[in-house]
Design a protein around this ligand. Structure first.
Ligand code: DAH
Length: 350
């Protein structure tokens, strides 16, 4: 190997050992810089003859080109390596699913409520609401509930501050007080018709809402949901109750052969009164009687408290547990799941 070949070889080696672009520029200077080896060789030609200069110059030029080629090759390699390293460091896996904004959904009890409102809405029922903090009058007295009725006991009802002496306010134990509240408003609105002895439009309303009792186990929660129903007119009978509630239940549970039973019972605010039981003809609950609501013909005393004449106005009421309807519809066996707020449970209803 002649001197020039060795020079090229040595340049290649140095370039190969340069790990960074800066190292490589330093190495370049050693060969191609102003004081570099190639430049030295050029200067060394000064003493040569014209002929010698030609051949020597051509040889040095070839060596110089080889060194430049090696330099460029190494430059490119270092650039590629840097790009690869950067790509690796900033790796972005475009096949991973993007982060999404979680979409909320309705609570199962709200889904039930929407369903109930839709069905009763199609039968001409309005929706009304009432306060959760209720007076003793609306919750009990107006509903014909006697002073000594067990529902009024401290064990069953959350009494709170406020109210009148001997009749403290409370967290309503059912949605029934809104029967009277709503009817009183309705009567007020149609006072002129009533005073003129004319017929007032019927009261046809459902009242969903939160209710409270001192009670807590797998099927009872201190806070739970009810939906009241009320239909008052001049010619509304128990038969209408049966028709309406049967149609409602069959639609709600999407079961045309669902059987209903109106079992005689007692409530202070209705006379006669009935518990409503349903029976599925198929599915896991087939054949069992399941109690789903209380109902009855509104008691004359309650009609009177609504501001109406019980000789002329008559109708029925019912009250059902929204949580119970939700449990039956979805096959949930522990009521507390509805109120734990566990997203794994709740998201199953979306
Ligand atoms: N308020 C009753 C309860 O909570 C349910 C009920 C029964 C409501 C009979 C009614 C009714 O409107 O007529 O147990």
């Amino acid at each position: 190997m002649n001197e020039l070949d060795l020079l090229v070889e040595s340049a290649r080696e140095q370039f190969a050992h340069s790990a960074t672009p800066a190292d490589l520029e330093n190495a370049k200077a050693q060969f191609l810089g102003k004081a570099g080896r190639v430049t030295e060789l050029m200067k060394g030609m000064a003493q040569l003859s014209v002929e010698e200069k030609k051949t020597r110059g051509a040889a040095i030029n070839l060596a110089k080109q080889a060194i430049e080629a090696a330099l460029n090759e190494r430059r490119q390699a270092l650039q590629d390596a840097q790009l690869q390293a950067q790509l690796k460091a900033e790796a972005l896996d475009v096949t991973l699913p993007g982060r999404q904004r979680g979409a909320g959904g309705l609570h199962p009890v709200s889904l039930t409520l929407e369903r109930i409102q839709g069905i009763f809405g199609s039968m001409g029922f309005d929706v009304a609401e009432g306060p959760e903090i209720e007076t003793d009058w609306f919750n009990f007295t107006a509903l014909n509930t006697p002073e000594d009725h067990p529902a009024r006991s401290m064990h069953d009802t959350f009494y709170i501050e406020g109210g009148t002496p001997g009749a403290p306010n409370l967290l309503r134990t059912h949605t029934s007080p809104v029967q009277v509240r709503h009817a009183v408003q309705h009567v007020k609105q149609h006072r002129a018709l009533l005073d003129a002895g004319q017929s007032m439009p019927e009261i046809r309303v459902i009242v969903p809402g939160r209710t409270y009792r001192v009670d807590s186990d797998a099927t009872h929660s201190p806070m739970f949901h009810q939906c009241e129903g009320l239909w008052i007119g001049e010619n509304v009978s128990f038969k209408d109750l049966k028709v309406v509630f049967t149609a409602f239940c069959r639609t709600f549970f999407e079961s045309d052969d669902l059987v209903l039973r109106f079992r005689p019972s007692f409530f202070p605010f209705t006379e006669p009164s009935a518990e409503i039981d349903i029976q599925f003809q198929d599915g896991p609950l087939a054949g069992r009687w399941l109690e789903v609501a209380g109902s009855g013909q509104v008691h004359p005393n309650v009609v009177r408290n609504m501001g109406l004449d019980p000789e002329r106005y008559i109708g029925f009421a019912f009250g059902m547990g929204l949580d119970r309807f939700t449990m039956l519809r979805y096959g949930v066996n522990d009521l507390r799941l509805f109120f734990d707020g566990d997203i794994r449970f709740l998201s199953q209803f979306q």
